[in-house]
Ligand binder design. Structure first.
Ligand code: GDP
Length: 298
């Protein structure tokens, strides 16, 4: 239930420093094809990790293919901190008529990572090379319909919210006007509330400093993040900016007035990387472990 986040008392510092070996961070991208998942990944990593489908093969890819789970590992330096980013992409999600197999496959993947850790914890001799694959955040791409959440969105987030920090985002957000986007965001949050969808909630810790409290309030108010992805770089006032060019103007990816991309990037790779990791390990994994062990006892 959504209240799990409020029950969990968080440490007041969410920032990690001096991780020389690099801080492992596992992010999963889920959403219907064409919403810019792969472009987002390249934009986030500032390099071409995966070549987006430019539609050239549209003729041959008409038949929906089964969902795949693909991994990309990227070494990132953020604010003096080394991050070993592991991105798990799910191309083909939502392309079939019945998507329940996709839900199950993703859930199995998340739980398998928990099982692996559980097994490792129970080993007498630990494997020093063990790689913790627990997914710290799942970015769910919502289609910019302008209406409300669709059944597939509700199902997926509801089903997986107890296993992973779900962060809802609106893909291709530049397809909506400022006013439409504002209304759409509001409607989505109402749906999330109404259907009791357990999405990641930015912490409310009373003993945090003024600045942190304000930052979290602001982030909560921007949900779901409206994201625009683009790998193209153009010149503006003699400096390079990443922007999507249209006949009537440019949408700048890193401009907070144009999209929430930069805010989301900062949350993931900087301000909330610690909180997302801790919630995963101390709450989501612990809950799973307790559930599993009590099942085995009975
Ligand atoms: P995926 O199937 O979700 O991985 O989507 P892709 O990243 O392959 O993008 C699908 C198409 O949408 C490509 O033509 C991209 O150039 C375009 N695209 C990606 N991100 C955006 C965006 O934020 N806004 C708009 N308007 N188009 C986008």
């Amino acid at each position: 239930s959504p209240s799990v986040y409020s029950q969990y008392v968080r440490p007041s510092s969410h920032r990690y420093k001096n991780a020389k070996k690099g801080l492992p961070f596992n992010v999963m991208l889920v959403g219907p094809s064409g919403l810019g998942r792969r472009t987002f990944l390249n934009t986030l990593c500032e390099r071409a990790i995966v070549i987006p489908d430019d539609g050239e093969n549209a003729e041959t890819t008409k038949l929906p293919e089964a969902m795949k789970i693909q991994h990309y590992t990227v070494d990132i330096e953020e604010d003096g901190m080394r991050i070993l980013l592991n991105v798990i992409d799910t191309p083909g999600f939502g392309d079939s008529i019945d998507n329940s197999d996709n839900f199950k496959e993703i859930q199995d993947y998340l739980e398998y990572q928990f099982d692996e850790v559980l097994e490792e914890e129970n080993r007498i001799k630990r494997n020093p090379k063990f790689r913790d694959g627990r997914v710290h955040a799942l970015l769910y791409f919502i289609t910019p319909t302008g209406h409300s959440l669709r059944e597939i969105d509700i199902e997926l987030m509801r089903r997986l919210g107890s296993r992973v920090n779900v962060i809802p985002i609106i893909g291709r957000a530049d397809s909506m006007t400022v006013d439409e986007l504002k209304k759409f965001k509001k409607r989505i949050m109402q749906d999330i509330d109404f259907y009791r969808i357990p999405v990641y909630m930015f912490p409310t810790v009373d003993d945090d400093d003024e600045e942190t409290i304000e930052e979290n309030n602001e982030l909560r108010a921007s949900l779901p993040f409206a994201v625009v992805g683009c790998e193209e770089v153009v010149e503006k006032d003699n400096r390079p900016v990443r922007a999507r060019l249209y006949p009537w103007g440019a949408v700048e990816v890193d401009n907070e007035e144009h999209s929430d991309f930069d805010r989301l990037r900062y949350v993931l790779l900087n301000s909330h990387i610690g909180d997302l990791r801790e919630i995963t390990q101390n709450m989501l994994y612990e809950n799973y472990r307790t559930e599993k062990l009590s099942l085995e006892d009975n």
